[in-house]
Design a binder for this molecule. Sequence first.
Ligand SMILES: [Cu+2]
Length: 93
Amino acid sequence: MSTSTSPASTVLSVSGMTCRACATRVRAAASQLPGVHSVDIDLASGRASVRFEPGASTPAAIAAAIAGAGYPATPVSAGSTPSAAPACACDCD
Ligand SMILES: [Cu+2]
């Protein structure tokens, strides 16, 4: 196990992630990717902050995995805001 490569991080805007069940699904989807170190979910802003190993994964791949779980996700740069408050995408409501 080498720790010589420092993780990169990316912030994703995740649509439809409005409750803790959603957050759990998004976290699980991102966590299963190779090279992903940690996933921090911010429900209030609909964001997922992902730390990952550069070269093992990419922001686009992480976004695709989260989208595959039912939550369309796009990498965002600081300053952009989610366009709307979507309905919850899981069965919690
Ligand atoms: Cu939900």
